[in-house]
Design a protein around this ligand. Structure first.
Ligand SMILES: [Zn+2]
Length: 455
């Protein structure tokens, strides 16, 4: 009750002329009322709530009926009423999702294809993307999204990759770090191929300048050294399978325990991308991939590219080994989650058969297959992502002051993570998109990409 009263003060304005039971319509306010909210703030679920948003931020949350009766019974009360009211009766509201390993293509030309790609993310409730490869035009794109000129998720951008080709010496690695800090990238992206000396120089310079780095673990470096040096994210669980002797056979439990310990000590995060990895390991049948409904939203060129890149399910010994690797990846993820290590949701969209937005739900289902609870899975894409970027902005929870990024669902995702597909609407930085609007725009994308040659 104390909390309720405190929130009421936020919404209560007192004027000289008093009307009993008067609501004043506030044009800047949007609210979702009578909804069950899953705040992701300490596992809190509350029913019959109203969540309001203003200027792209969550403004207040309060019990819908209590607020109404308060305003109607107190003759001095004049209460703000949103101009836009969304009925959330019977529905569930969660924070928007972060794709923590996503890709934004070269953005020098903000054309229809790029706008469609951004909308695919938003359509499935992805309101934040950590861009995992720097390319020209991305800063301008990020700014246009922030200013509302282009509709899309909030972007945090990694720079052009540090890898065996782009890095030629320790000194050059240091120069590259300084260059990227100057250009303003949010973090450094690591790909395979650096030598240990180059990696150490990069890490030292990055730590000195306070820019985080994440991505792959170069083989010459290895998981233990990368964690010790301070790498913030280990994407694709890279380096784990080697560390636990589990590339092609059942893993070594003692080594897994050590890896978990190293992760906890480092306070680093993993972005498993297990769904994508099963495709890269050659586990799915090609026909099953081709049957994915969301492929219809890709351009004909992207569909062709998927087809030509995936040769089909592995066979014989390769298939047996791939299955071991995939089972090990599930076990590693389960152990990390159980121990309380940092887990971040990511699917590497729009990589191989990963349609932006849609692939994130598939990754959530892959996490469930690994044995994670729906609550842990949701946290990896909401509160933990917000914690990861807490120096940039407030997001990832339903709480006043957080970015107004929300997903309205018909069914409870804590009961079954596949209920993430029951989207009734999405709010991105305070902009409300109803199911009807989302479906209309998705149909437009499908229409635009029809007819192109599949071969
Ligand atoms: Zn990637």
């Amino acid at each position: 009750m104390k909390r309720f009263v405190a929130i009421i003060f936020l919404l209560f304005i007192s004027v000289s002329k008093a009307f009993a039971g008067t609501f004043v319509v506030d044009d800047a306010l949007t609210e979702i009322e009578n909804v069950t909210i899953i705040t992701m703030d300490g596992n809190q679920i509350s029913r019959d709530m109203t969540v309001s948003a203003r200027d792209g931020k969550i403004y207040a949350l309060y019990n819908t009926a209590e607020f109404k009766s308060f305003c109607e019974s107190d003759e001095k009360a004049i209460c703000l009423k949103a101009a836009t009211v969304i009925d959330g009766t019977g529905k569930y509201l969660i924070p928007g999702l972060a794709e923590m390993h996503g890709h934004i293509p070269n953005a020098t030309d903000i054309d229809q294809n790029l706008e469609d790609l951004l909308f695919l993310y938003v359509s499935q409730g992805v309101t934040t993307v950590r861009g995992m490869l720097g390319a020209p035009g991305q800063f301008e794109l990020r700014d246009k999204i922030n200013s509302g000129e282009v509709l899309g998720p909030t972007l945090y951008l990694g720079g052009p990759s540090f890898n065996g080709n782009s890095v030629s010496s320790p000194n050059q690695a240091r120069r590259m770090v300084r260059g990227q800090v100057e250009e303003g990238w949010d973090f450094l992206k690591i790909h395979p191929g650096m030598t240990l000396a180059e990696y150490d120089a990069m890490a030292d310079e990055a730590a000195r300048l306070g820019i985080p780095w994440g991505g792959h673990v170069p083989e010459d470096v290895g998981l233990a050294r990368a964690l010790e040096a301070g790498q913030r994210t280990i994407d694709h669980l890279d380096g784990f399978d080697i560390f636990v002797n589990g590339v092609t056979k059942p893993l070594d439990q003692g080594r897994l325990d050590q890896a978990v310990e190293l992760m906890l000590t480092a306070g680093a995060y993993v972005v498993p991308t297990n769904h994508l990895w099963e495709t890269l390991l050659g586990l799915p049948e090609k026909d099953d991939l081709e049957a994915m409904d969301e492929l219809k939203y890709l351009t004909p060129a992207a569909r062709r590219q998927n087809r030509s890149r995936y040769s089909g399910q592995s066979t014989g010994r390769d298939l047996v080994e791939a299955r071991h690797n995939a089972a090990n990846r599930r076990q590693i993820l389960k152990s990390l989650s159980g121990a309380g290590a940092g887990i971040l949701l990511g699917s590497d969209a729009p990589q191989l058969y990963s349609v932006p937005g849609f692939s994130l739900v598939r990754e959530m289902e892959a996490m469930a297959e690994a044995g994670l609870t729906p609550e842990a899975i949701l946290r990896s894409g909401t509160a933990t992502a917000g914690e990861f970027f807490s120096n940039k902005d407030k997001f990832g929870m339903i709480a006043p002051g957080h970015r107004a990024d929300l997903i309205l669902l018909d069914a409870n995702p804590l009961e079954n993570i596949s209920n993430m597909r029951s989207i009734a609407g999405v709010m991105v930085r305070g902009i409300w998109l109803s199911r009807a609007e989302i479906e209309a725009r998705l149909s437009g994308i499908e229409e635009r990409n029809k007819g192109g040659s599949f071969f």
